[in-house]
Design a protein around this ligand. Structure first.
Ligand code: HEM
Length: 236
């Protein structure tokens, strides 16, 4: 029988492809979005990591979720620095969550409170992704919008305290394999992981819609059409 780390990876493969190839991610990686869309995405991440990390301390002693709580993964401070760079010192006062982001963050908070095993699914979906594909996003962001390499604007993607991400990911898979849960509970964690991906895709969809609305001006750097007159994608 497959290990749990293999199970969760293979079971969520389809959802990963969907997230990776979403219009918003494709446009971001294709260099077709303006820095405004990137800033908006970074704002949404702030709410997600706030939900993941504000509950972390209480989960440290939890027998199931406890092993996953590693301060070297925490992203909220880095996100704050990126947002200060992207939005200025008043970034907190203009920060708003899209409805899809609120739904996502609320589900993370609910799991953290009532179902620590479900919290693992959210933890895995974000942090292991950040350590993997996140590095591709960082590279693209640096090139597209001119952020300093691993500097302000992309600190979210820089794990200073994890010098060897490949080794860290191997260790992480070991914690997954050691999760104390019966088969039924493991299947529920896998289902929650698929939900976590779907919640991410929902945020991308909403961000893609916003980017289209601003496509005339900021998002593509193209013609200033005065907002959302056409429904053509930002890539058009
Ligand atoms: C365009 C964007 C993305 C790219 C290019 C990308 C790319 C990758 C790559 C290359 C890996 C494999 C790394 C390895 O085997 O060590 C990976 C793993 C992963 N990605 Fe993504 N990814 C993207 C978006 C996402 C998103 C949006 C999520 C979830 C929110 C995500 C979650 C994950 C997870 C959880 C893993 C770990 C799989 C495992 O080994 O168990 N990725 N990604």
């Amino acid at each position: 029988m497959d290990s749990f780390s293999t199970l969760i990876r293979t079971a969520s493969h389809e959802q990963h492809v969907e997230a990776e190839t979403s219009t918003f991610m494709s446009d971001l990686l294709g260099g077709r979005l303006g820095v405004e869309a990137y800033a908006r995405y970074t704002e949404q991440l702030w709410f997600v990591y706030e939900a993941l990390e504000s509950s972390a301390e209480e989960l440290t002693s939890d027998p199931v979720a406890g092993p996953f709580i590693r301060p070297e993964l925490f992203r909220l401070t880095a996100l704050g620095r990126d947002l200060e760079h992207l939005r200025g010192p008043g970034w907190r006062s203009t920060l708003t969550a899209l409805p899809a982001t609120r739904e996502y963050a609320a589900r993370v908070a609910e799991c953290a409170r009532d179902w620590p095993a479900g919290y693992i699914a959210h933890h895995y979906t974000r942090y292991l992704g950040d350590l993997s594909g996140g590095q591709i996003i960082r590279d693209k962001a640096e090139k597209t919008w001119g952020f300093a390499r691993k500097g302000d604007g992309v600190r979210f993607y820089v794990f200073d305290e994890i010098p060897n991400p490949a080794a860290f990911k191997r260790g992480y898979r070991g914690w997954l394999d050691a999760v104390r849960a019966d088969e039924g509970e493991k299947q529920r964690i896998v289902a929650e992981c698929k939900l976590a991906f779907a919640l991410n895709t929902g945020v991308f969809r909403a961000l893609g819609g916003e980017a289209r609305h601003t496509a005339g001006g900021r998002a593509t750097g193209g013609r200033a059409t005065g907002g959302c007159r056409s429904q053509t994608p930002a890539s058009a």
